[in-house]
Design a protein around this ligand. Structure first.
Ligand SMILES: [Cu+2]
Length: 281
């Protein structure tokens, strides 16, 4: 059930149970008995569940599936969480959970890049999706998260994905891979100093968006108002699975941009330089 649905009828999949749950605000609906005190360790950081906001939930006969986000979902590379509990709210750990995403734009539908689900234990699962655009008013249902429970039940959640404040995902043409989505994983505001800078790359291949390795990502901070850059920057190199990590140095407070180019064998292979704004506090 990993298919991505194109065409006018994206919801024509075999469904035992469908629930469309939508909440316009971060306050969530039916947020009773959410005792979320526990902390789950993942490979990179621990997830503080109490800091997450429930944006949607639905109930199957014997379990409840909730979608949790850190703040809200915007048009960029986003990590969010899916929680499985019994009807009393206790974690259910033996679920086979999978997911895919599709954007229903009314006249057409398309997918987007997404990473395989990660079982964090204790009924909590991590999903990571690059929302390559925001939901558009009066144009279809917008982004739909299909969660597949035990390979049989598909639950469709409407995801409220709004326009990102500072652009973090930009498509660019490349020499070898056609259109590539470059996603910067950096907050809108960061502190001064040297820090890691992470990217993901995905290309388009028919209806899919595979992870893209084999590049070096040059990331150069620049302060347009003052006409200077900084020293101590290191290009982002591949870590596998389309993930890249480098170092940038924001040497003073104020508005910066990060100028990004894709390189192969030291040669620039992206059609244009990408510009990501960052506010340094
Ligand atoms: Cu779209």
């Amino acid at each position: 059930m990993k298919s991505i649905y194109f065409g006018k009828t994206p919801m024509l999949f075999s469904i035992v149970a469908i629930a469309l749950v939508y909440s316009l605000t971060g306050c969530g609906n039916n947020t009773q008995n959410q005792k979320t005190e526990e902390t789950v360790d993942t490979e990179e950081t621990s997830v503080d569940i109490s800091a997450l906001t429930k944006i949607a939930d639905t109930t199957l006969t014997d379990k409840k599936i909730s979608v949790l986000v850190r703040d809200s979902l915007t048009s960029k590379n986003e990590t969010f969480y899916i929680k499985v509990t019994d009807l009393e709210g206790n974690p259910v750990t033996n679920t086979n959970l999978d997911y895919n995403v599709i954007m229903d734009m009314g006249m057409m539908s398309h997918g987007g890049p997404y990473y395989p689900i990660v079982d964090l234990g204790n009924g909590l699962y991590k999903a990571e999706v690059v929302f390559i655009m925001a939901n558009m008013k009066d144009m279809g249902k917008g982004w739909i998260l299909n969660t597949v429970v035990n390979k049989t039940d598909t639950l469709a959640f409407l995801l409220p994905v709004s326009e990102v404040k500072q652009v973090r995902t930009i498509p660019v043409g490349t020499k070898d891979d056609g259109r590539v989505f470059v996603s910067l994983l950096l907050d809108d505001e960061v502190k001064t100093g040297s820090k890691p800078i992470d990217f993901t790359l995905h290309k388009m291949e028919k209806e899919k968006f595979p992870e893209l390795d084999g590049y070096t990502i040059e990331a150069k901070p620049f302060m347009p108002d003052m006409g200077h850059g900084s020293s101590g920057n290191e290009a982002a190199t591949g870590k596998g699975n389309g993930r890249y990590s480098g170092t940038v140095n924001f040497s003073m407070k104020g508005p910066w941009i990060v100028k990004v180019n894709l390189l192969k064998n030291g040669e620039k292979v992206s059609q244009e330089e990408l510009v990501f704004p960052v506010v340094v506090k």
